[in-house]
Design a binder for this molecule. Structure first.
Ligand code: PLP
Length: 376
């Protein structure tokens, strides 16, 4: 059996050894409760606040705007529910290609009658139609929440956050962006970005799973989202996930320090694979704005459907290659991808998302393309 090739880094990444080393003391000897008043507890409190300061500095935010959570899902749920319940947004504008952490949350608010829901139109390349967004905002009698993701996890398209934020400010709307695929992969300057809430998740950039952030702009005042003790400035009660928080900050520090080199390497692999696929696989096409405003980690490819290619993901797995499905197909138990369905209404293609990290190589790309030549 070949060595495993892991091309599913948009799903999750491996934990960096340096991140684990930074977390280790808090999994072993430094176990004091950060709420305790003795020095043993103060030491862990200090670790949390140092992590918060570091994250805030990297994102150019104030430490009081950073809340540690259990990940991207909790952060988006919190922001969206708070915008409706605490900030008076009775109209939600989103897109059909958001992550389920957003879509299922807004659908729940619609079902409960707490908010009306509108879907903004998409352009043929999968980008948000900003003219349609403005029309929806202008025509809304209620205060709106706009929730649009920064980079799409399936096709990699990147949203112009400044343009969307400017429209939101113009129409007095709240703006939440799911930035789970970009925090750790993209330089943020939150003091100069017109956004109210963003989210981050450590396991997308070689940090631990189950740990994330919610950024809440200092001008936004929401109610506590988990009730109990006074942790996270009375907003999210519960004894903190200290090692997760330390791991989040360390992973973000490493990602930021090496951003340019990693970006160049990973973006190079994406291009290399796109060219190799075009050269070797007849009928291959790419989804989203692959050569334009697109995240350098994600390549979504569609292959012509055939008896062989129907089994593509299964066969890739047999060859020890990890990649994600993204087929529009709705047959069988797999409901297919809502993102690909929203972009293409025909199912006669098989879509696979390849997503890369700094640990991937051109040799691995060559091997995967060779295997695909047999499987498609
Ligand atoms: N949003 C996007 C775009 C994602 O890719 C993911 C992860 O799959 C999430 C949200 C959910 O993040 P988490 O796994 O930290 O809950």
């Amino acid at each position: 059996m070949n060595q495993r090739i892991y091309f599913d880094n948009a799903a999750t990444t491996s934990l960096d050894a340096e991140v684990l080393a930074a977390m280790m003391p808090y999994l072993t000897e430094k176990f004091g409760n950060p709420s305790s008043i003795y020095s043993y507890g103060r030491e862990t409190r200090m670790a949390i606040e140092t992590a918060r300061k570091s994250v805030a500095k990297i994102l150019n935010a104030h430490p009081s705007e950073i809340f540690f959570t259990s990940g991207g899902t909790e952060s988006s749920n919190t922001a969206i529910n708070a915008a409706v319940r605490d900030l008076g947004c009775k109209h939600i504008i989103t897109s059909p290609i958001e992550h389920h952490a957003t879509l299922h949350t807004v659908e729940n608010l619609q079902r409960s009658g707490e908010a009306r829901l509108s879907f903004v139109k998409l352009l043929p390349d999968g980008h948000i139609d900003l003219a349609d967004l403005e029309q929806l905002l202008r025509g809304s009698a209620e205060k709106s929440l706009v929730t649009l993701m920064h980079a799409n996890n399936e096709i990699g398209n990147i949203l112009d956050m400044d343009a969307v934020g400017a429209l939101c400010r113009k129409y007095n709307a709240v703006f939440h962006s799911d930035t789970v695929q970009t925090v750790g992969h993209f330089p943020f300057d939150l003091k100069n970005t017109p956004v109210d809430f963003i989210t981050g998740s450590a396991h997308k950039f070689h940090g631990p799973k189950g740990t994330g952030i919610l950024y809440i702009n200092e001008n936004i005042k929401i109610k506590p989202f988990v009730h109990g003790g006074g942790q996270e400035r009375n907003m999210r009660a519960g004894t903190e996930n200290i090692y997760g928080i330390v791991g989040f900050a360390k992973a973000l520090e490493l990602a930021t320090a090496n951003h340019l080199a990693d970006r160049e390497k990973i973006g190079g692999l994406k291009k290399y694979m796109a060219v190799a696929l075009e050269k070797n696989i007849p009928g291959v096409s790419f989804n989203g704005d692959v050569n334009g405003k697109s995240l350098y980690t994600v390549l979504s490819a569609s292959f012509p459907a055939s008896e062989r290619s129907e089994m593509l993901l299964f066969n890739l797995d047999i060859h020890n290659i990890c990649a994600s499905g993204g087929s529009a197909c709705t047959s069988g138990a797999d409901a297919g991808s809502h993102v690909i369905r929203a972009l293409k209404n025909k199912a006669e293609q098989v879509t696979v998302r390849f997503s890369f990290s700094k640990y991937n190589t051109e040799k691995e790309v060559d091997e995967v393309v060779e295997t695909l030549k047999e499987l498609v």
